[in-house]
Design a protein around this ligand. Structure first.
Ligand code: SAJ
Length: 434
């Protein structure tokens, strides 16, 4: 199949790199987003999110004349839905006394509805948003069929998960293997042809529900593995062991790959997607549910440790380094660092947070420092919450001149203890009981 013009609905962390990659590969792309500020920014060739290489990709796409951003879909050969699927914050499910989170599918629903008036015979629609199992068949198909066309025979319909890692999106979009699940074999083939425009990794065809499940399995597998690393950090403290050393030694085993403990699991994917399985089948998912509980409780564990280090938290001044959900990104969504800051404040500490990737972030209830110096100047303790490269590279002697404290709490094993001790600091690390 040939695709001269496509519509990408949702211009966030996935939709925008996808749209600009199609455009620089010669496809006419209409990028659609409901946020008019995003549209104006993009049409000027600028961008609203931080991702290495993306500013250049978007400005090339706009200059080539192949990319245009707007608030409504238009007629096209193919439609890609890449809108967010967060969980609901005010509604929960319950099974045998266990409370679980529910997927908020409103954005997928309205994206699918916005395609209906434009849908023609022979079109392809691809859902990329991470979704609960059977969404393509049970939710998207009936909406699109309101057009009077039949999915699978009049138009093609696929689920194709994005699997790119924030920070490396543009490279992984091209190089990663791509899974295309069609509601029919012909749909999968049409999806294959679309992504063959730029994907250099393998493109594997399957059915839509398998593709949905694959995506959820990948992120759930990672969440469960981080949960065990976090549980190991607690055990290591109890037994007087350094968890970082123990993990690196265990990982010498050829079939063991333990992930890193930390202040918790954040972002819009790993901390959300496992709930889609729990919601779909709470009776079958005790492990997945408990892994989520362990990771969600990790900020509390960190705060308890900081309390032990300071004796008490009331009135103590704490500098929090990093609010992003992981290193070298500006995404603060579902960040465990934010949770740590809120919990510290709840115990009476005065926290100043410094996030170099979003210094102007307006986070409810969080006092943002104007600079690193401002954050650490009067601090009683500095807590490292995110392993941003620029934090790891800080010079301990320079920092010693800029702060009155000599106590550091490192939740991510980002700092070399010897270097900081030579500069006069005491370094407490998460997961170290020695
Ligand atoms: N984290 C740890 N320890 C680790 C690794 C990560 O605590 O050893 C934490 C991070 O600090 C962060 C969270 O987990 O708070 C998630 O970070 P991540 O780097 O593991 O994953 P994401 O959310 O940035 O991207 C994931 C990726 N999925 C997998 O690696 C299986 C990516 O490939 C997906 O495309 C993305 O989710 C997505 O969009 O679903």
């Amino acid at each position: 199949m040939k695709f001269n013009k496509i519509c990408v609905i949702g211009l966030g962390y996935i939709g925008l790199p996808t749209a600009s990659t199609f455009a620089v590969n010669g496809v006419n792309v209409i990028g659609v987003d409901t946020n008019s500020h995003v549209i104006d920014t993009l049409n000027k060739g600028e961008i609203h999110i931080h991702e290495p290489g993306l500013p250049e990709a978007v400005s090339n796409a706009v200059r080539s004349g192949k990319f245009k951003a707007t608030t409504r879909p238009e007629e096209a050969d193919a439609y890609i839905i890449a809108v967010p699927t967060p969980f609901k914050h005010d509604e929960f499910g319950e099974y045998n006394g266990v409370k679980y989170k529910l997927a908020d599918m409103r954005a997928v629903t309205s994206a699918a509805e916005s395609i209906v008036p434009h849908l023609k015979k022979g079109n392809l629609v691809v859902l990329e948003s991470t979704s609960p199992p059977r969404t393509t068949v049970d939710l998207v198909t009936p909406i699109l069929e309101k057009s009077g066309l039949k999915a699978g025979s009049d138009f093609f319909l696929c689920y194709s998960p994005e699997r790119v890692l924030p920070g490396q999106i543009l490279r992984e979009l091209i190089e990663n293997a791509r899974i295309v699940g069609g509601i029919t074999a012909e749909s999968a083939q049409a999806g294959h042809d679309l992504y063959a425009t730029f994907v250099k990794g393998q493109i594997i065809k399957t059915d839509a529900t398998t593709a949905e499940m694959v995506k959820l399995m990948e992120n759930t597998y990672r969440d469960v593995n981080i949960a065990i690393a976090n549980e190991f950090s607690r055990l290591a403290e109890k037994f007087g062991v350094d968890v970082w050393e123990a993990v690196s030694l265990a990982n010498l085993h050829p079939r063991v790959k333990i992930l890193s403990p930390g202040p918790g699991v954040g972002g819009h994917c790993i901390s959300v997607d496992p709930w889609f399985f729990v919601e779909a089948a709470p009776e079958l998912t005790p492990l997945i549910y408990h892994a989520r509980q362990v990771n969600d409780a990790q900020p509390h564990f960190v705060v308890e440790k900081i309390k032990q280090a300071l004796g008490e938290l009331k009135g103590k001044k704490i500098a929090a380094l990093g609010l992003a959900y992981k290193p070298d990104v500006d995404d603060l969504r579902e960040s465990p660092a934010n949770e740590v800051v809120h919990l510290l404040q709840g115990e009476g500490a005065q926290v100043k947070a410094w996030e170099p990737f979003k210094p102007d972030a307006d986070m409810e209830g969080i006092h943002m420092a104007s600079s690193l110096e401002d954050a650490i100047k009067d601090a009683d303790l500095i807590v490292l919450l995110v392993k941003h490269t620029e934090f790891i590279k800080l010079d301990p002697h320079e920092i010693a001149e800029k702060t009155k404290t000599r106590v550091l709490f490192d939740t991510v094993s980002g700092w070399n203890i010897n270097d900081w001790e030579i500069a006069g600091f005491k370094v407490i690390r998460l997961g170290v009981g020695k």
